[in-house]
Design a protein around this ligand. Structure first.
Ligand SMILES: NC(=O)c1ccc[n+]([C@@H]2O[C@H](COP(=O)([O-])OP(=O)(O)OC[C@H]3O[C@@H](n4cnc5c(N)ncnc54)[C@H](OP(=O)(O)O)[C@@H]3O)[C@@H](O)[C@H]2O)c1
Length: 438
């Protein structure tokens, strides 16, 4: 009889409680698949008294995460509390120092301390697994670390935040405002009371920084990610995108360019026939461009107790099997410092929505400013003008104009728009959305 793998879990919330249930529910199958039984022997959380709907009578309660981390009876420390600081950070360090494998779902911890934790895990010769930290139930870390170990990957991009995708999908389908759809997402529990971390793109940026490190073998650097959120997206943009054959998604994109590695998070127009454009609601998706084959797209639940627990349990099963792969796919000392490609040098197509002032020469001025920056246009759409200026029929409102450019640089677009603004031929700030081709 092989000795069971003894698991200690810190955090019994949405994910932790589901992990306990899943290990219990899949006891036999897990033992067969992992080669040994897996047993939860000790747990901790903030409140011992809370009813979690779990039978913990045979499981030892430990007073604190730090104590559980150093508990001599456990083989693997599972951190499901969250947060980049203590107790998560201190407890994970303590567990690694005590020579225990660690499994965590904590993207914030990895984005902040991933490099140091990976070095410590390697020094101690133990696993540090974090499948659940990116895209909850989608096995994207395993795909990058193991499934595509033999491929050179040129680009990875995805919908990494279900809240944003839910809001954008609802705005498009129901033609409702951003504020309205955000409130609905909050009512349904898809968005936090303070939604800024999600809708301003920071959650996506943390996940992207982890994926970029695995993809390109670079040292994780959250600060290298350019971030824009979805607050500025209007139903007018979604309708225009639809007419032009695109959808708007908040994407995290990491791509190798000749100027370095570009890591960016921003609302993005994606062709309607692309795999990623089909992903609606809270679902997540990641597309990987690897050499020698067509793009691989993984689609699935990005959050939720059971979905996330499935990734955590898969990581625990790997520990039971004795699988130990360097956390970021290669020895920590071999991760390179990535050369950050400056956003001004980003190249691609752009969607630009302007409010053109109704006076002679406006169109010619805009065209001249674009031409001065060598920007060519793929299409121009002029909308119905805005409301006329009061009772005077001679005073007309500005005219919405939508431009789609061929590939150009961010710098050129910004310079052209700044010049157009100085020329006073547009009203308000132009809307700018980058286009990502499949
Ligand atoms: N929820 C998801 O769908 C999802 C998806 C992917 C990744 N994740 C990640 O999974 C982790 C857990 O998320 P969650 O949604 O399960 O969180 P949660 O429901 O808020 O649960 C957090 C748990 O940690 C415990 N805890 C918090 N602070 C503690 C402390 N100082 N000492 C001891 N225990 C403490 C809480 O104890 P009490 O119960 O006693 O308060 C609770 O049981 C996070 O890193 C999150 O980013 C979650």
């Amino acid at each position: 009889m092989v000795a069971p793998l003894k698991v200690g879990i810190a955090g019994l919330g949405t994910v932790g409680a589901s992990v306990v249930r899943l290990i219990e529910g899949q006891r036999e199958a897990l033992a067969l698949r992992s080669g040994r039984p897996i047993e939860v022997v000790a747990v901790t959380a903030r409140s011992r008294a809370k009813d979690r709907g779990l039978d913990l009578r045979k499981v030892r309660w430990v007073a604190s995460p730090e104590r559980l981390a150093a508990d001599p009876e456990i083989d693997v420390f599972v951190e499901l509390m969250g947060g980049a600081g203590d107790p998560a950070h201190g407890a994970v360090v303590a567990a690694l120092k005590a020579g225990k494998a660690v499994v965590t779902a904590n993207k914030a911890l990895l984005a902040r301390h991933g490099v140091a934790l990976a070095a410590l895990a390697e020094k101690q010769g133990v696993a540090l697994n974090f499948e659940a930290a990116v895209c909850g139930g989608i096995p994207v870390i395993k795909t990058l670390r193991e499934g595509l170990a033999g491929n050179a990957i040129t680009r990875i991009y995805g919908i990494l935040n279900g809240t944003c995708n839910y809001i954008l999908s609802k705005m498009e389908q129901d033609k409702r405002s951003f504020d309205d759809c955000l409130k609905e997402a909050q009512r349904l529990g898809y968005a936090e009371a303070d939604p800024s971390f999600d809708i301003d793109g920071h959650d996506t940026a943390q996940k992207l920084s982890i994926l970029a490190s695995l993809t390109f073998g670079t040292r994780l650097d959250e600060q290298a990610v350019y971030v824009e959120g979805i607050r500025s997206i209007t139903t007018a943009d979604l309708a225009a995108a639809d007419e032009l054959g695109y959808r708007i998604k908040l994407l995290g994109v990491a791509v190798r360019t000749d100027k370095g590695i570009e890591q960016r998070v921003h609302p993005t127009m994606v062709p309607k026939d692309s795999a990623i454009a089909q992903v609606m609601g809270v679902t997540n998706a990641v597309t990987i461009d690897a050499d020698g084959m067509a793009p691989v797209t993984l689609v699935g639940p990005g959050a939720g107790g059971l979905a996330t627990a499935s990734s955590v349990v898969s990581d625990i099963a790997d520990v039971a099997r004795g699988v130990r792969i360097p956390p970021f796919g290669r020895p920590q000392g071999k991760l390179t410092i990535s050369r950050k490609a400056p956003m001004q040098r980003h190249e691609g197509g752009y969607y630009i929505r302007l409010l053109a002032v109704d006076k002679p020469g406006t169109a010619a001025t805009i065209a001249r400013r674009l031409a001065q920056q060598s920007i060519s246009l793929e299409s121009i759409v002029q909308r119905h003008r805005g409301p006329a200026g009061g009772a005077d029929p001679r005073r007309q409102g500005p005219v919405p104009v939508i431009l789609i450019t061929y590939a150009t640089t961010e710098d050129a677009v910004r310079k052209a728009l700044a010049a157009v603004k100085r020329d006073r031929v547009i009203s308000g700030a132009p809307q700018l959305i980058r286009i990502e081709k499949n």
